[in-house]
Design a protein around this ligand. Sequence first.
Ligand code: UD1
Length: 337
Amino acid sequence: MEKILITGGAGFIGSHTVVELTKAGYSPVIVDDFSNSNQSAIRGIESIIKQSVKVYEGDCNDAQFMNDLFVAEQNITGVIHFAAYKAVGESVEKPLQYYQNNVGSLMVLLDVMKKNGVENVVFSSSCTVYGEPDQLPVTEKSPIKPAESPYGNTKQVCEEILEDVIKSDADYKAIALRYFNPIGAHPSSHIGELPLGVPNNLIPFVTQTAAGHREQLTIFGDEYDTPDGTCVRDYIHVVDLAKAHVKALQHFKNQNTPYYDVFNIGTGKGNSVLEVVKTFEKVSEQKLKYKIGDKRTGDVEQVFGDVEKANNELHWKAALTLEDALRDAWNWQKKLK
Ligand code: UD1
């Protein structure tokens, strides 16, 4: 069994990926500092895969710790690097922490991989690199726009680091997956999103409002140039997204070093905030309290991805619907409360 290191493996996307890797016959090893995740995710993973999972608690920026981990595990064949801070607003207030953590950890990782002869790395990037797109859907060839936040910039810089390092050194194969908006939860309700404090993202805010933890949802603006005036995003079920990582690892097998490429990972379809609200009301069979508020600074009007490249080259395609994702997110929320 191939051993894959999953940094941030206790997080939202990481935990779902650990499950899909196990199902596909890989042996995942988690490293997480639990700064924005919880041990309960490990128990949730283990309930689904019905076996224990190896976990190292520590900081991916700590080169000594990371090197010791690679040495202890011996035959790691690939890394999926999720570990990162992800709150856009917080990144504006604490840019140094974001650069240190998100950019620093990638540099440590590439160095430690090299020292231990590990070639393959999948990196968590984001559609945020496209900013406000000139044309929709965005393809991997669409222009990269100046980042709206230090968080967004860390994703751009990390992609550049990967590209530069791989240009200079033939010992790596790397894929950056540009995720659109990951939502949902595992259909078993054993793992899902666990936001700390008041959620910034739409779906946890919706489910917490429905569960009575929040007074009401504020829709950030309804005067955008979109069919119903609210922003449009490409919402992708986290289980579909997790499966894309398995496909990326399999894709490395057909590549020679040096190799670097980027792929959009979305559904290819845009949905407005109001459509999300209406679909949520349908699957949860209840009315959601919401009001229309001001636009949120830094929000793009609409973005959704062309996913042909992932479809053709990774043989990956999203299979689950917005309804599936919202139903699973709601079932997860009901289990939490
Ligand atoms: C943002 C980031 C993205 C990052 C993701 C993960 C940008 C442009 N996007 O995505 O890179 O990967 O967070 O944290 O930096 N909304 C409301 N009310 C709410 C919350 C959200 O109306 O209470 C709306 C937003 O205006 C947006 C949509 O819901 O149109 C989705 O918002 P959100 O879930 O925060 O994700 P993004 O901003 O798209």
